[in-house]
Design a protein around this ligand. Structure first.
Ligand code: ATP
Ligand code: MG
Length: 247
């Protein structure tokens, strides 16, 4: 089982859209795929039309009151399951801080489902906290969608420094550009500068309204715009991620 955390310290960079679309492609490739929605916003749960079936489900999973596997729900797509989130996930840091081995909880929960799945996508909330430290430990790769702008790159560099200062495995860090606007020189300049850094995937996701429409259709992109340019960009990115992280 390979665990891919789709993460950024910064919010609104395309983490959820990417987790949902990449998970769809992994499932289409035949991998038994799980999306674990770790964000109290519940955005990836919304895209898959799945809701927690137990009250305070996210809290109960973290506290060990509910097996992770029991929280797994099927999606409308073959090979693709979801652990939905709910508002109780907002207290993840407090709950984790009260546990023993509190930096490895997500890792140990995931090891309980490793026979059931080939690929797990963690749709992470923005931030950098105990929950994220858990995610950094649990993930085989921490994949960061990055908008090629100053503040986004700055938060990427903060994460890099955090990994260094906390003795985390920097080889887990991977990056791709997200919401790229071809008309903006700044985007091109930033991308050219950062492509020198080998942790950036070559393929990127442009700013495209078909991605935004996922909210209207409440579905992964491929379910309503399979032949779109946006769908092709995600397919190219997935191919590169698969080669680098799965095979
Ligand atoms: N490539 C894209 N082109 C256009 N709009 C996009 C693209 N990717 C995401 N969006 C839109 O931008 C908004 C934020 O995207 P998304 O929810 O995926 O980001 P996020 O990083 O998960 O945010 P959060 O930090 O709140 O979890 C959404 O409205 C989404 O539809
Ligand atoms: Mg999100």
């Amino acid at each position: 089982m390979v665990t891919l955390a789709i993460y950024n310290l910064k919010g609104g960079v395309g983490k959820t859209a990417s987790a949902v679309n990449l998970a769809y492609l992994a499932a289409l490739d035949g991998y038994k795929t799980l999306v674990w929605d770790a964000d109290p916003q519940g955005s990836s749960s919304f895209y898959f039309g799945v809701e927690a079936s137990v009250k305070n489900e996210a809290r109960k999973i973290l506290e060990g009151e509910l097996d992770l596997l029991k929280a797994v729900q099927p999606s409308a797509f073959e090979n693709l399951s979801v652990v939905p989130s709910d508002l109780s996930a907002r207290n993840a840091d407090i709950l984790l801080s009260e546990l023993k081995q509190n930096k490895k909880k997500i890792s140990s929960l995931l090891s309980s489902v490793k026979k059931n799945f080939d690929v797990v996508f963690l749709d992470c909330p923005p931030g950098i906290s105990l929950l994220h430290e858990n995610i950094f430990n649990a993930a085989d790769y921490v994949i960061i969608p990055n908008i090629p702008t100053t503040l986004s790159i700055r938060s990427f560099e903060t994460v890099n420094t955090y990994f260094k200062e906390n003795d985390l495995d920097k080889s887990k860090l991977k990056c791709f550009f997200s919401m790229v606007d071809h008309r903006k020189n700044l985007h091109h300049e930033t991308m050219n500068e950062f492509y020198k850094d080998k942790i950036f995937f070559k393929n990127y996701i442009p700013y495209l309204s078909d991605v935004e429409k996922m909210g209207v259709h409440q579905q992964p992109l491929f379910a309503f715009a399979n032949s779109s340019y946006a769908a092709q960009c995600y397919r190219d990115l997935w191919k590169e991620i698969k080669k680098s992280c799965i095979n």
